[in-house]
Write a protein of this length. Structure first.
Length: 191
C-alpha cells in the first residue's frame, strides 16, 4: 500500500468539550519506542518483550495560530482588542498575544489526522487517532529573505503514551474522505 498526502490534524485536550484543527498538515512522523527485554533461562532465550511504550511524534503545519499554540501547550492566550478611534485622544488597541511561563503544563489529549491510501489501484482513507498525546515547546526559527523565497513553517513535537486502558492509537480505513473526516470529528468532538 502507498500513502499519499496528509490532512486534517485535530486535537482534543483532556477535559475539553470540543477539539480543534491544528492547522493545515505538511508532515507527520511517528516513531514508536518499544520495550526491548530478554529473559534468559537454561542458557537460552526464554521470553522477550517488544511491546510499545510510547511514540515520539513530530507534526509540521502551515501555520499554528497563537490560540492553537496556547491550547496545545497550556500557555495563556489574550485576544486582540481594537482601539477606540472616536475617543479623545484615540486609544490604541492591544495585539493578540501569548504568554509563556515556566509553570505552564501542556495538557494531555487526543491527536488525529488522515491520509489517502492506495492499494491495488483502489483509493481509500487511513485515519489515525492517538489517545494520549502531550506536546513540548517547539523550536523557534527564522531566516532572512534572500534571492529565493523560502517558506518557513512550525513543527511541534510531542509524545503519545498509552491511555488508562493501555491503548496508544487506533487506525481505521474508510472508503471515502468524508467518512475519515467524520470519524476524526467524532473522536475530537468537533461539530
Amino acid at each position: 500500500m502507498a500513502h499519499i498526502g496528509l490532512k486534517y490534524p485535530v486535537f482534543l485536550p483532556n477535559g475539553a468539550e470540543a477539539g480543534f484543527v491544528i492547522g493545515k498538515a505538511i508532515n507527520y512522523t511517528g516513531t514508536p519506542s518499544n520495550a526491548d527485554v530478554t529473559l534468559y533461562a537454561d542458557d537460552g532465550i526464554a521470553e522477550t518483550d517488544k511491546s510499545i511504550t510510547n511514540e515520539g511524534l513530530s507534526l509540521e503545519a502551515d501555520d499554528i495560530s497563537l490560540k492553537v499554540y496556547a491550547d496545545l501547550l497550556g500557555h495563556t492566550h489574550v485576544d486582540a482588542v481594537e482601539g477606540d478611534s472616536s475617543a479623545t485622544p484615540p486609544t490604541a488597541g492591544t495585539p493578540e498575544s501569548v504568554s509563556v511561563s515556566i509553570d505552564d503544563i501542556a495538557p494531555f489529549g487526543g491527536l488525529g489526522f488522515y491520509r489517502r491510501r492506495k492499494k491495488n489501484g483502489i483509493l481509500s482513507f487511513d485515519a489515525i487517532w492517538l489517545h494520549k498525546v502531550q506536546f513540548a515547546e517547539p523550536t523557534t526559527n527564522g531566516a532572512t529573505k534572500a534571492d529565493t523565497v523560502t517558506f518557513q513553517t512550525r513543527t511541534i513535537e510531542g509524545t503519545a503514551y498509552p491511555d488508562d486502558s493501555g491503548v496508544v492509537k487506533e487506525e481505521a480505513i474508510f472508503t471515502t474522505e468524508a467518512a475519515a473526516k467524520a470519524w476524526l470529528d467524532d473522536k475530537a468532538s468537533i461539530s
